[in-house]
Design a protein around this ligand. Structure first.
Ligand SMILES: Nc1ncnc2c1ncn2[C@@H]1O[C@H](COP(=O)(O)OP(=O)(O)OP(=O)(O)O)[C@@H](O)[C@H]1O
Length: 498
């Protein structure tokens, strides 16, 4: 989602895995909410100094798919899709199995493919990735004999996609999906489903089923397994069966958290998940389907993974961080036996990703987006029903609680540096914890632990100096008391005695 822009730039000026000499840019001038001619100008200014760019613009009559097929016939080396997910899907579907790489310069509303596959999400970072030329082969899938890049939603998800129409997206951007979801929550219903996987047959009553190849954290209903990987050779199936609208909201937030921290949701909720190579799903009554954001008529759904079938251009550091790291090994020598100088690039890569900062910034950004949404809603109250406004208020409260939880998790615990024994004489020992200076609470908690050593006479704490003086009867052997003291510190915080 917002992560990629915080990832570090490669340490070389322009580290290149492969230098594309030419590319065909398929540009949708009506995608997203930005200024298309400015966007095109920026793409050209980044790329044209380095490669020959064949620019083709889509029109209502000439879709991206036709332009992509023509480019493949002309023998293009690289196809760049610039637009929303509609444009990306159309171009990608022509490239499956060809080995020709796809680069994405995302300019849509959700940009679900780019964020879900961990690709660059700004024009600048996407162009830099094209110039660097690192590629990753990802899975695609087939759903009812059509290409599925991301996911198929059955039931609630499909109803939400239908409700988030162009007008709502133009007005509220990505928040349109949240608003549409809240609106649909008022009419939550359930249906019977039979899932036949490659291993088992499952019968169940649910409100939503999502089958995902991979999905960004914003595709909330696809986050059951918490690990939608683009190249794991598996489909992730999420089943949700809330008993009422409020529980649905809570489960959506639980899934949103799962996607963000890449963990499975807690077992307290009516959320199921499984991972399969293929699945056939029949529903009673028949449910609407959303395939990669496009609405399909109700029908049984058959999905199958097509492993390692699409080559995509990724940020160089993403590939290096996932696949290879040699920097820092002693006496390192690497002989390049290929024309492409990839080894030297990997050697120079220094991954210094601060996950804590990324998450904190993301959450802050999300909180800001929520505030913006709230003001947008306040301005549009006339056009919203009272029940939608009430639901929105509830979702703000729940999201605020989740955000608080994250901030507490990532900001609160400061792990002090290991403890130092500054001074010891019989009957008195002085400790110092450098990282805990000014953290009076932390020192007080430690004091109450140390008080449990029964022969302790007194404990004095000096927070600014991060020092603790402990006195004990001088006749007790010093090493024995010290050992007991340090054992207790280690139990309080294992980092203290490292
Ligand atoms: N020049 C054009 N004028 C009008 N419509 C166009 C033009 N070129 C493409 N389209 C339409 O744009 C749509 C695809 O838009 P886009 O790539 O933004 O996908 P999207 O799914 O709408 O994206 P998002 O939901 O992320 O905004 C297609 O329906 C296509 O027919």
């Amino acid at each position: 989602m917002f992560f990629s822009r915080w990832l570090p730039e490669p340490t070389l000026e322009l580290a290149r895995a492969r230098a594309f000499r030419s590319a065909c840019l398929i540009f949708n001038p009506v995608s997203g909410q930005g200024n298309a001619s400015e966007d095109l100008q920026r793409i050209r200014s980044f790329l044209e100094p380095h490669l020959t760019l064949d620019i083709r613009q889509t029109t209502p009559e000439i879709p991206a798919e036709t332009l992509a097929r023509e480019a493949i016939e002309r023998g293009t080396e690289l196809l760049i899709a610039s637009g929303g997910d509609g444009t990306v899907t159309a171009v990608a579907s022509t490239l499956i199995g060809t080995g020709i790489p796809l680069a994405i310069v995302p300019r849509g509303t959700a940009n679900a493919f780019a964020t879900g596959a961990g690709l660059p999400t700004t024009i600048e970072s996407a162009c830099l990735a094209i110039l660097q030329g690192a590629t990753l082969t990802v899975d695609t899938a087939r759903c009812n004999d059509r290409v599925m890049l991301l996911l198929a939603g059955i039931g609630f998800e499909a109803d939400t996609v239908r409700a988030a129409d162009r007008q709502l997206k133009d007005r509220f951007g990505i928040m349109a999906y949240i608003m549409a979801g809240l609106e649909r929550l008022q009419h939550l219903s359930s249906f019977n489903a039979v899932l036949e996987t490659d291993r088992v047959t499952i019968s169940v009553r649910v409100s939503a089923i999502t089958v995902a190849n991979f999905a960004p954290p914003t595709s909330i209903l696809a986050q059951g397994t918490g690990e939608n990987e683009p190249d794991d050779g598996l489909l992730d199936v999420t089943l949700i069966a809330p008993t009422n609208a409020l529980e649905g909201l809570v489960e959506a937030i639980e899934l949103w958290e799962s996607g963000l921290v890449r963990a499975t949701p807690s077992s307290d909720h009516h959320i199921g998940y499984l991972r399969v190579k293929k699945v056939r799903i029949t529903t009673d009554p028949p449910q609407a389907i959303a395939l990669d954001g496009e609405n399909l008529d109700p029908a049984p759904v058959s999905c199958e993974i097509v492993p390692a079938s699409l080559s995509v251009v990724v940020a160089f550091d993403t590939v290096a961080a996932r696949r290879e790291r040699l920097a820092g090994l002693p006496d390192l020598a690497v002989v390049n036996r290929r024309e492409e100088p990839i080894e030297s690039i990997v050697l120079n890569y220094e991954p210094a990703v601060d996950i804590g900062r990324i998450l904190t910034d993301t959450i802050t950004e999300l909180a800001t987006a929520l505030l913006n949404l709230r003001s947008a809603i306040a301005r549009s109250l006339d056009t919203l029903s009272e029940s939608i406004s009430r639901s929105l208020l509830q979702v703000f409260r729940s999201l605020a609680r989740s955000i608080d939880g994250f901030l507490e998790l990532f900001l609160a615990p400061v792990v002090p540096e290991p403890i130092e024994i500054v001074h010891r004489i019989p009957g008195r020992i002085r400790l110092r914890i450098p990282g805990a200076s000014h953290d009076a609470d932390y020192l007080e908690q430690l004091r109450s632990r140390l008080e449990s050593i029964d022969r302790t006479r007194s404990i004095e704490i000096n927070p600014p100096a991060a020092s603790i003086v402990v006195t004990y009867p001088p006749e007790i052997p010093g090493e024995q008391f010290e050992r007991e003291l340090l054992n207790l510190c280690a139990k309080f915080n294992p980092h203290l005695t490292k």
